[in-house]
Design a protein around this ligand. Structure first.
Ligand SMILES: O=C(O)c1cc(=O)[nH]c(=O)n1[C@@H]1O[C@H](COP(=O)(O)O)[C@@H](O)[C@H]1O
Length: 235
């Protein structure tokens, strides 16, 4: 189960990142680099993690016109990461262009193609925010719709809340990747995350990978928390 846990490195310096990675040692092999760390380190966090033998999910959530996203995806493909993401809300044409660009760039550099994930509806959006946005219907129905659109566009999977994992699995099949942030072990403090579940709940609902940040990086003993989460995932 360890390889299905991705630890979110939301830190603002190389030294803060190294501190976490050093503390977690061999207990974690997959890290997520998001906007904060990527921008703060001028992208250097990525080669640093790769050199340390870690796998990287580069979470920059691209959302722009098809040409811009395609060209940017081609550049990001050269970094050697295992996963990249974009917002499904950018549309079918944008997602298709991203897939074509990644395929072409991987063929060109002879490297393994990074997996492409579409972010459906952010896990921080609850019913109230959904209404603020004037979005019709239920969040869950929109997530499943976007997952099907992403699948049609050639995405390998989606980022969604664990609360929607079972419906996405039913709609998109066994092979489709479902990556779930919004993971909160029982007893976690409240946060900006709205659509949450425990590690056990997410795996039971059909999640392929769990993304966990603050419950681990903010824990008194991060390694013990990793072990607890991996234990729960395997139950
Ligand atoms: O794409 C993501 O990774 C993402 C999508 C989403 O809907 N919700 C979400 O929380 N994330 C990311 O997942 C991580 C969750 O971190 P914690 O809330 O600290 O566990 C953060 O780095 C978010 O940027």
């Amino acid at each position: 189960m360890e390889e299905h846990l991705i630890v979110a490195l939301d830190a603002s310096s190389m030294s803060a990142m190294e501190k976490i990675v050093l503390a977690l040692g061999d207990s974690v092999s997959y890290y997520k680099v998001g906007m904060e760390l990527f921008y703060a380190t001028g992208g250097q966090a990525v080669p640093c993690l790769l050199q340390a033998g870690k796998k990287v999910f580069l979470d920059l959530k691209l959302h722009d016109i098809p040409n811009t996203v395609g060209q940017s995806m081609a550049v990001l493909t050269g970094l050697g990461v295992s996963m990249l993401n974009l917002h499904a809300g950018g549309g079918l044409t944008m997602m298709r262009r991203a897939r074509e660009a990644v395929d072409k760039a991987s063929a060109g550099n002879g490297a393994k193609r990074p997996l492409l994930l579409a972010v459906t509806v952010l896990t921080s959006i609850g019913q109230e925010e959904w209404q603020n946005l004037h979005m019709p219907g239920e969040i869950g129905a929109q997530v499943v719709h976007l997952a099907q659109l992403a699948q049609k566009a050639g995405m390998d999977g989606v980022v969604a809340s664990p609360q929607e994992a079972a419906s996405i699995r039913a709609a998109c099949g066994r092979e489709f990747l479902i990556v779930t942030p919004g993971i909160r072990p029982a007893g976690s403090a409240e946060s900006d995350q709205q659509r949450i579940a425990t590690p056990r709940g997410a795996i039971r609902a059909g999640a392929s990978y769990l993304v966990v940040g603050r419950p681990i990086t903010g824990a008194k003993n991060p390694t013990a928390m990793v072990q607890k989460i991996i234990g729960e995932m395997g139950d």
